[in-house]
Design a protein around this ligand. Structure first.
Ligand code: PXP
Length: 236
C-alpha cells in the first residue's frame, strides 16, 4: 500500500505569519525522502493554505507524484491542464468548511462530473473521485471515466473504537470490493491516524492512503524537543 502525504498544514503554518517558513516544498522533500510515494495538496478556491506558486514549484521539484486535490470548477480544471499533475482528486468544496467534510456527490451530478473528467484524462492526468463509501457513489463513479476513487474514511475514523466502527469499516470494505469489480483503483483517506490506520490492511487491494493531519501533528511533537534544545544551546 502506498502513502501519499498531504502537506497543506505546513502551508497553513507558513501563512499564519505571511512569510516563507515553514516551506511546504521542503516538507514535501522530507516526506519523499522518508517513504512518501506521492505528495498531495489541495489548492482551495480561497487559497487558505497551498498557493498557486507552491503547486507550480512542486511539479518541478518532486521526485515522486503530485496529486492535486481540487474542486470541480472551470478555474481548477484550467490550472490542472496547465500544470499537469500526475493525478487529480476531485473533492467537494465549501468556503466555510474547516476541512473536506464529505464525499463528492457523483451520483447527483453524473453528467457534469463525466464531462469534467474527460479533458483531464485526455491530457494524461489520472483522475480520482473523493466519495463516501456507498454503493450508489461507487457505481456512479465507475461511469465517469475516472480511473480511481478515494474513499472518505472520516466516518470510520470518527467511529473508531465505538460501537459504530464495524458498520463504518464494512462500508469501506464493501465499497472497495465493488469499485475494484467495476475496474476502479481504490485509494482512501481523511482522519486516518496512528491508531486507526492498521485496519486499512484488511481492505484487499487498497492502492494508496492519503494522510495529512496526523502526520504533521506527530511531526510537531517529535520535533519540538530538538527545536527547543537547539534554541536553548544558541542562547546559552
Ligand atoms: N484525502 C482528501 C481528499 C482530503 O481532502 C484530505 C484532507 O485534506 C485528506 C485525504 C487527508 O486528510 P487528513 O488530513 O485528515 O489526514
Amino acid at each position: 500500500m502506498l502513502l501519499g502525504v498531504n502537506i497543506d498544514h505546513v502551508a497553513t503554518l507558513r501563512n499564519a505569519r505571511g512569510g516563507i517558513e515553514p516551506d511546504p516544498i521542503i516538507a514535501a522533500e522530507i516526506c519523499e525522502n522518508n517513504g512518501a510515494t506521492s505528495i498531495t495538496t489541495h489548492l482551495r478556491e480561497d487559497r487558505r493554505h497551498i498557493k498557486d506558486n507552491d503547486v507550480r514549484t512542486l511539479i518541478k521539484t518532486l521526485k515522486t507524484n503530485l496529486n492535486l486535490e481540487m474542486a470541480v470548477t472551470d478555474e481548477m480544471q484550467k490550472i490542472a491542464l496547465e500544470i499537469r499533475p500526475n493525478s487529480v482528486c476531485l473533492v467537494p468544496e465549501k468556503r466555510e468548511e474547516v476541512t473536506t467534510e464529505g464525499g463528492l456527490d457523483v451520483a447527483g451530478q453524473l453528467n457534469k462530473i463525466t464531462e469534467f473528467v474527460k479533458p483531464l484524462k485526455d491530457a494524461g492526468i489520472l483522475v480520482s473521485l473523493f466519495i463516501d463509501p456507498s454503493e450508489e457513489q461507487v457505481i456512479a463513479s465507475s461511469k465517469t471515466g475516472a480511473q480511481f476513487i478515494e474513499m472518505h474514511t472520516g466516518t470510520y475514523a470518527n467511529a473508531f473504537g465505538t460501537e459504530k466502527e464495524t458498520e463504518a469499516f464494512e462500508a469501506l470494505k464493501n465499497s472497495a470490493k465493488l469499485a475494484q469489480s467495476l475496474g476502479l483503483k481504490v485509494n482512501a483517506g481523511h482522519g486516518l491516524n496512528y491508531e486507526n490506520v492498521h485496519r486499512m490492511h484488511e481492505i484487499e487491494g487498497l492502492y494508496e492512503l492519503n494522510i495529512g493531519h496526523s502526520i504533521i501533528s506527530k511531526a510537531v511533537f517529535e520535533g519540538l524537543g530538538i527545536a527547543v534544545q537547539k534554541m536553548s544551546d544558541l542562547i546559552k
